[in-house]
Design a protein around this ligand. Structure first.
Ligand SMILES: C[S@@+](CC[C@H](N)C(=O)[O-])C[C@H]1O[C@@H](n2cnc3c(N)ncnc32)[C@H](O)[C@@H]1O
Length: 296
């Protein structure tokens, strides 16, 4: 089979399941991964003969796409904040709205440094709670090479991938395996002088919102990363806020990604937990998506 025939076969196998631009993009990503060909090279090499082993890889991907497996899991990687990340079914696929959260954290750090008149960011201790692929911690560490960054998750599988991603992106992160809901496990966080910034994108999708979600998310992404009970949707936020009260420096900041429907409830929760300067920020789709507050 040559490349042109392979493409024709690929498109005809899944065209009823996905929009045509997406099918095109899947083919390009798979060709780059398995054949080492860029988009332009695909167009210029339509007569290129494809080995049986490579044809089988495309055949396998077709079956996975028919089962609505996300393309990022199929190729085993994605890009986030301009960096490469390995992903598998142990971790949530990093989302663009989380990139906005990181930009906000970086803006605030810049402001804090100006206040402190620091040339470098050595002083900063950062903790990412529920790190998953490590996307938040690793992106921050890569932007702030002198900061001390820790990242916590309950999932061994997720931490395994996050460690690989730290290595891939050449950053040092202190990884901690712990259940943030268990206050006895908080002592596993070895922060001597208090944390400057806690950032978290915890599970926040209510069971009742499941049916609004795409089948590929519900079926393939890890449930522990996504779902909370309908009657206690802010459980993680409350616990992390309580953790922050003990572990943040007095001027320390807490940043969360939030459920777009629960902005007002989040505001109330953080007020009740004693935080100040609470600010909600909308994402590019004008949805309440992030919140920031100060410990004292
Ligand atoms: C929404 S995902 C966020 C992943 C990543 N930070 C991101 O933004 O793409 C939530 C993460 O919290 C972790 N998690 C769930 N329950 C936890 C718990 N009790 N303690 C610590 N981490 C937990 C999950 O394993 C998952 O990696």
């Amino acid at each position: 089979m040559n490349l042109k025939e392979l493409k024709k076969y690929f498109v005809s196998s899944i065209y009823e399941l996905y929009p045509s631009e997406e099918v095109q993009s899947f083919f390009n990503l798979l060709s780059e991964k398995h054949l080492g060909l860029s988009r332009i090279e695909i167009a210029l090499n339509s007569d290129k003969s494809i080995s049986e082993a490579n044809t089988l890889k495309f055949e396998k991907a077709i079956q996975q796409l028919k089962d609505f497996e996300p393309i990022q899991y199929i190729i085993g990687e994605t890009e986030f904040f301009g960096l490469p990340f390995k992903v598998d079914e142990n971790v949530l696929i990093p989302r663009p709205e989380t990139e906005e959260l990181i930009s906000w954290v970086l803006e605030e750090i810049k402001e804090k440094r100006e206040e402190r008149r620091e040339e470098r960011e050595d002083e900063f201790e950062i903790l990412d709670i529920g790190t998953g692929s490590g996307c938040i911690a690793i992106s921050l560490a890569s932007e702030l090479p002198n900061a001390k960054v820790s990242a916590l998750d309950i999932s061994k599988g997720a931490l395994g991938i996050a460690k690989q991603n730290a290595k891939l992106n050449k950053v040092i992160i202190n990884f901690i395996e712990a259940d943030i809901l268990d206050s006895n496990a908080w002592k596993l966080v070895p922060i001597a002088n208090g944390i400057d910034i806690i950032v978290s994108n915890p599970p926040y999708v209510r069971e009742l919102e499941k049916e609004l979600m795409e089948p590929n998310v519900v079926k393939h992404e890890p449930a522990t990363a996504l779902f909370v009970k309908d009657d206690d949707a802010l459980l993680f936020y409350r616990k992390i806020a309580q953790f922050g009260k003990q572990y943040l420096k007095p001027t320390g900041l807490l940043f969360f990604e939030i459920n777009e429907y629960l902005g007002e409830s989040m505001l109330e929760l953080l007020k009740e937990e004693g935080y100040s300067e609470i600010e909600i920020k909308k994402d590019i789709f004008n949805k309440d998506r992030m919140i920031k507050c100060k410990r004292l």
